[in-house]
Design a protein around this ligand. Structure first.
Ligand code: GLU
Length: 387
């Protein structure tokens, strides 16, 4: 069995989710010692060359006390007001704690549309990656002030898994008030046994999840298992470990008890499954023979290799990529609308700003967002062998 330290050592990008109860006490006060420990753990990961994203809860827990609503059940607008109040404090506390460690913080507030809709997904991902490339730690939360009951992630476990999926993270760590998954609720059942590793999330695993037992934490084991499903399908390992411990990630690396959900496949392949799966292409890009060859070698699609755009699609939409005969060879997410592709087709990437009047991405479809049909791959190999 691979140890936790191996998963983390091999990771280039790690998402860490920290629950409200770990950051805010019963009086609505921030737990500064805990926060300082989390910041030190993140600095340790960054020093290993690992890019870190924090998904931090706590805005509502911090803000509700300032609305004098500590115990009453909050109405939606009160929750949103509490989140607005608490988020400012949460972000500035994170900034101070990370600054202490020589790191910088940036705030990202997301709504489900930002991870589920392809166009916004590309934007949010580009922003996160730009921050990570600059060594900055993005501190993410749900955009609670605009989220309504119907349109919200609802819990940060799932939000963290979506973020991990979006940026192709290698490891997601859920810091919780418990050190993992048990066969029953260990708070009520003394025979409950700890599960160190989950390789398949079947019904028996789901049945082990009890309801949430914290007053102001929305995520129970069910949302953690759901997060595990999203993360592992995206090729990301996920750990649930106890964030009440001092320096919990250091502890995790040193072998402290946790539950590891093992990723389905390696990250790029699993992410591509998500692109290939289920969506209907909105249009087609016809390529020249050179571009077809380049795509089969794993390269991105550049404007120069496109001869024609068909259909009506927007930036971020799924398109089919086709050979010069119009035969589909794969699918990918297009960084330009159909109108813009028509203008830049056949041109060098460096000419795009002049033609379109804005600087877009160099790739029309990035290799990470492209799935090439294996059969067409085989056909090309065959025709090469014959030729
Ligand atoms: N976004 C909420 C907050 O910051 C927390 C949701 C959760 O913990 O799952 O208060």
């Amino acid at each position: 069995m691979t140890t936790a330290s191996t998963y983390i050592d091999q990771a280039k990008t790690v998402v860490v989710k920290i629950g409200s109860a770990l950051l805010v006490d019963d009086n609505g006060e921030l737990r500064r010692d805990g926060l300082a420990g989390f910041a030190a753990d993140l600095a340790m990961l960054q020093a290993k060359g690992c890019r870190c994203v924090v998904v931090s809860s706590g805005a509502i827990a911090l803000g509700r006390h300032r609305l004098a609503k500590a115990s009453a059940r909050l109405k939606l607008e009160e929750k949103q007001a509490a989140a607005a109040l608490g988020q400012v404090q949460l972000a500035s506390e994170w900034k101070a704690a990370l600054n202490q460690e020589g790191l910088d913080a940036a705030q990202i507030l997301l709504s489900p549309d930002d991870t589920e809709r392809r166009r916004r997904h590309l934007n949010a991902r580009a922003t996160l990656n730009t921050l990570l490339d600059h060594g900055i730690v993005p501190v993410v939360n749900e955009n609670d002030t605009v989220a309504t009951m119907e349109i919200r992630y609802g819990d940060n476990d799932r939000l963290a898994a979506r973020v991990a999926q979006m940026i192709s993270a290698d490891v997601l760590i859920l810091l919780s008030d418990i050190d993992g998954l048990y066969t029953a609720d260990p708070h009520h059942d003394t025979t409950a046994q700890h599960i160190p590793e989950v390789r398949k999330i079947g019904d028996e695993i789901k049945a082990m999840a009890g309801p949430a037992h914290e007053d102001f934490a929305t995520g129970g084991m069910i949302t953690k298992i759901e997060a595990g499903r999203i993360a592992t399908q995206a090729g990301c390992h996920m750990a649930i470990c106890n964030g009440q411990n001092i320096r919990p990630i250091k502890g995790l690396i040193e072998g402290q008890r946790a539950t590891w959900f093992i990723a389905d496949a390696n990250p790029p392949q699993a992410r591509k499954k998500w692109i290939a799966g289920g969506l209907q292409p909105q249009g087609q890009l016809i390529l020249d023979a050179g571009a077809v060859g380049a795509l089969h070698k794993g390269k991105s699609l550049l404007a120069a290799g496109i001869t024609k755009a068909e259909g009506v699609f927007d930036r971020g939409d799924l398109v089919a990529v086709c050979d010069p005969q119009g035969q589909e060879i794969g699918r990918g997410l297009c960084n330009y609308s159909a109108t813009d592709v028509a203008k830049i087709a056949g041109c060098k990437s460096s000419a795009i700003p002049d033609i379109l009047g804005y600087r877009g991405r160099d790739e029309v479809v990035h290799a990470d967002d492209l799935v090439i049909d294996q059969q067409s791959d085989a056909k090309t190999a065959e025709s090469k062998a014959i030729g």
